[in-house]
Design a protein around this ligand. Structure first.
Ligand code: NAG
Ligand code: NAG
Length: 188
C-alpha cells in the first residue's frame, strides 16, 4: 500500500517536471531563465490585408491572408530576432529592397521607408501556399537595399528607435500581386 502511493507520487512529480519548462517558456518568453537570448522588448504583431496603405490610401492586400510577426529586440546589442509566419499568402515576393519582408518607419495609415529587411518566409508545409515561415536574428548595422538621396534607408538605424516609439513602425511583406503589401501590422 505504502509502496504504491510513493510510486504514484513519484510518477506525478516526473510529469510535472517534464511540463514545467514549457510552461515557463510560454509565459515568460523573453525572460525564460535558461534562454541563451536576452530581449529588452518583445512584439507580437498580427498583420492583416486591410491595414495595407499605398501612400495614404488603403489598398487591401491578399484576401484571407494573415501574418504573425513576432520580434524580440535586444537594444543594448542592436539585435532583433524574428519568427514570422504567413498564412494564405500566395505567389512570389516582390520588392525593390533586398528582401520583401520589412519593418518600415511610419505611423498607422501612413507610408515610410524600410529600416530592416528580413529573409522572406518560405514554405514549411506540404502545401506551399498555406504556411510560410522565417526565423532568425539580425544584428545592426542594417542594410535594406533601398536608397533615399543615395543613402541606404537602413543606414544609422538602431532597434532602440523601435523601442522608443513602437507606434511609429509597421511590419509587412510584399508580393508580385500585392506590391504595396500583402499584409501589414503596426508594432504598437
Ligand atoms: C499606388 O500608388 C501609386 C502612386 O499613386 C500608383 O501609381 C499605383 O498604381 C498604386 N498601386 C496600387 C496597387 O494601387
Ligand atoms: C516560431 O513560431 C512558431 C509558431 O508559433 C512555433 O511553432 C515555432 O516553434 C517558433 N520557432 C522558434 C525557433 O521558436
Amino acid at each position: 500500500m505504502k509502496t504504491t502511493s510513493i510510486a504514484f507520487i513519484a510518477a506525478a512529480f516526473s510529469s510535472l517536471a517534464a511540463a514545467s519548462p514549457i510552461d515557463s517558456r510560454g509565459s515568460k518568453w523573453a525572460e525564460w531563465d535558461n534562454s541563451p537570448f536576452y530581449f529588452t522588448s518583445v512584439y507580437k504583431v498580427v498583420a492583416t490585408p486591410d491595414q495595407v496603405i499605398n501612400g495614404t490610401t488603403v489598398t487591401p492586400g491578399e484576401p484571407g491572408a494573415i501574418g504573425y510577426y513576432n520580434y524580440g529586440i535586444n537594444s543594448e546589442l542592436n539585435v532583433i530576432c524574428y519568427n514570422i509566419t504567413l498564412k494564405g499568402v500566395t505567389g512570389d515576393y516582390q520588392s525593390p529592397a533586398r528582401t520583401a519582408t520589412h519593418i518600415h518607419q511610419a505611423a498607422k495609415g501612413a507610408s515610410g521607408p524600410p529600416r530592416i529587411a528580413f529573409p522572406n518566409p518560405s514554405p514549411v508545409s506540404n502545401d506551399p501556399k498555406v504556411v510560410r515561415r522565417s526565423v532568425g536574428c539580425l544584428t545592426g548595422p542594417f542594410l535594406t537595399g533601398v536608397l533615399s538621396n543615395g543613402v541606404d534607408t537602413g543606414t544609422g538605424f538602431t532597434v532602440k528607435q523601435i523601442e522608443d516609439n513602437p507606434a511609429g513602425f509597421f511590419t509587412d511583406s510584399h508580393t508580385v500581386k500585392y506590391v504595396p503589401g500583402v499584409v501589414r501590422g503596426q508594432l504598437a
